[in-house]
Design a protein around this ligand. Structure first.
Ligand code: BV8
Ligand code: ZN
Length: 248
């Protein structure tokens, strides 16, 4: 894939000491995980306020659990793609590296990224509303599922109107505002507070790059918009960094 990188971007790839990669559903699209707002998006069939909210869960736990079981089935059958693997190979190239994701599919960890900030939780984890115990059970004796304490189980993801896991966003924001190279990969830049990270990076003086087949809500902030698929572009970026740093 012949990609034109600007001189400024090549400079940043060669010299950056602190890098942040922030990903959204697009980084898992080539693995077969439907995105949220794309043509085949999950929100096309369902509407977020009908499903990804605590109110929806209270109103109709069966429907919400059905939706998460449907998505878990998809995620259990798929593998990371070259984009995940390229990102997993990046940390040793920098003095400081932070990976933050909005995704709940866990694919970065499967690809070998061991330090991932999961802003919106993890779809495979259940949490008890009563005792807060967590587990990764998939087969339930009853439906909607109950905890061994008798409390109701919920998917351990962050729904709209809910706070992010304590400290997760603060850690991501601190990394974004102090890095010198920020990659926004496969996100439409719609959901807050995750969508404010590129702005924090920009304000902190970072070179901000976006990898996405189309422009998004945050493209106006970026120094470089690489139009294309992350599974194709991230491996090229990884190779360029290695090349440029060998020559150093
Ligand atoms: C919060 C987990 C404080 C669940 C998700 C009004 C009322 C109430 C709240 C709000 C409001 N206005 C704003 C808010 C805040 C709200 C929000 O942002 N709403 C938006 C919709 C306006 N945010 C919240 O509620 C957050 N909490 O603010 O707490 C608070 C507390 C109380 C009251 C108020 C505030 C919590 C947000 C978390 C919601 N949970 N998911 C689940 O997954 O089931 S969000 C969901 O969207 C996913 O996590 C997903 O990651 C996220 C963002 O979507 P993207 O990842 O960007 O995916 P999308 O499909 O949109 O885009 C994919 C992109 O990939 C596209 O650009 C496409 O072009 C590109 N692409 C496609 N293929 C490829 C590709 N790119 C590269 N390569 C490819 N091959
Ligand atoms: Zn319990």
């Amino acid at each position: 894939m012949d990609l034109m990188f600007s001189d400024k971007f090549l400079d940043a790839l060669r010299t950056a000491k602190k890098a942040v990669v922030a990903t959204g559903a697009g980084v898992s699209a080539e693995s077969g995980v439907p995105t949220f707002r794309g043509e085949d998006g999950l929100w096309k069939k369902f509407r977020p306020e009908e499903l990804a909210t605590f109110e929806a869960f209270e109103r109709n736990p069966e429907l919400v659990w059905e939706w998460y079981r449907y998505r878990r089935d998809i995620i259990n059958k798929i593998r990371p793609n070259p984009g995940h693997y390229a990102i997993a190979a990046m940390p040793p190239l920098f003095d400081d590296f932070c990976l933050v994701t909005q995704n709940v599919d866990g694919l970065h960890r499967v690809a070998g990224s061991d330090d991932v900030i999961e802003l919106h939780g993890n779809i495979k984890r259940n949490r008890c509303l009563k005792c807060s115990r967590e587990n990764y059970d998939e087969d339930f004796a009853e439906f909607p599922p109950l905890c061994s304490c008798g409390g109701r189980l919920r998917p351990d993801v962050v729904w709209f109107g809910e706070l992010l896991p304590a400290g997760a966003f603060e850690k991501a924001e601190k990394a974004a505002s102090s890095c010198d190279l920020f990659f926004s990969v496969g996100t439409s830049g719609v959901v807050q507070p995750a969508a404010s990270l590129p702005l924090a990076a920009k304000r902190g003086g970072a070179f901000v790059v976006e990898i996405n087949p189309v422009p998004t809500e945050i493209t106006y902030i970026t120094n470089e918009h690489l139009q294309g698929k992350s599974g194709e572009i991230m491996p090229v970026i990884l190779e360029r960094i290695r090349e440029l740093r060998r020559k150093k």
